[in-house]
Design a protein around this ligand. Structure first.
Ligand code: ADP
Ligand code: MG
Length: 247
């Protein structure tokens, strides 16, 4: 335990929670300890990721052990790959019908996450798609794209809009991982916007796969609203923080 804490301290990782998995020394360890394929680890390295960033060291092992997390680390610290790597591994073979859902505040960010997902999924046949604004006439096409996707990336707005259209039938009951990226941005804003997001999140959560469903929240800053929401809603929560603890 002492060694483990020493390793975390060296990398500026702080954790709160019970039975926290050890932080990851190296991507190669994933092969022996988590049955990650060599091909996938090579893809990660081909992306230019020689070593995990501090937030990745702790998020990867937590998510691979199915733990729900709130992860806070500064902008540019590699949070995107921190959630994409475990998801891409755990989904295994493509099935179609979303099994991972990633929510983020803007379309631009959704596209960025999508691009990183494409790079990291090079050695897999998993399918990934972004839900963006489309013409009325193309909505049925979009429905079928989502039904074929293993991973779906969307803003809460767009997704809820689609979910509420009559004769569009998108099921999220196979969703095993629900990711909220930039959770601080999603929960912030005026009281109205805030409750808007909470309502949307609630609607999405109730549609996502029952007891099997896990959530992971990512944020650049610590905000009381997000912390409180996670403590109330995420069983067995692990708080992971890297860098400054700014409220
Ligand atoms: P955040 O979401 O924390 O702001 P990003 O996920 O956008 O950060 O990552 C920032 C940059 O760091 C991206 O260009 C990404 O490709 C790169 N990156 C991610 N993980 C690693 C790594 N392990 N080694 C080197 N670069 C990385
Ligand atoms: Mg990010």
């Amino acid at each position: 335990v002492q060694e483990e804490n020493h390793f975390r301290n060296q990398h500026g990782i702080r954790v709160v929670g019970r039975h926290i998995p050890a932080a990851l020394p190296d991507f190669s360890i994933l092969i022996d300890h988590y049955q990650v394929s060599e091909a996938f680890v090579n893809t990660i390295k081909d992306c230019g990721y020689a070593e995990p960033t501090p937030i990745q060291r702790q998020v990867l092992t937590c998510m691979l052990e199915n733990r729900q997390i709130l992860a806070c680390a500064p902008t540019g610290s590699g949070k995107t790959a921190a959630f994409l790597i475990p998801i891409l591994h755990m989904l295994g073979a493509p099935q179609g019908g979303p099994r991972a859902l990633i929510l983020c505040p803007t379309r631009e960010l959704a596209k960025q996450i999508y691009r990183e997902a494409l790079r990291l999924s090079a050695s897999t046949n998993l399918r990934c798609s972004v839900v963006n604004k489309i013409q009325e006439s193309k909505i049925k096409e979009r429905e079928s794209t989502i039904k074929k996707s293993d991973i779906v990336i969307s803003t809460p707005n767009r997704l809820c809009y689609l979910l509420n259209i009559e004769n569009i039938n998108i099921t999220l009951d196979k969703v095993k991982w629900l990711i909220v990226d930039e959770a601080d941005k999603m929960f912030e804003g005026s009281a109205e916007q805030d409750s808007d997001f909470r309502q949307q999140l609630e609607q999405i959560m109730t549609r996502c796969g029952g007891r099997e469903r896990r959530m992971a929240m990512f944020s650049a800053t610590h905000t009381p609203a997000v912390g409180k929401w996670c403590r109330h809603n995420l069983r067995g929560l692990i708080n992971i923080t890297v860098g400054q603890r700014n409220a």
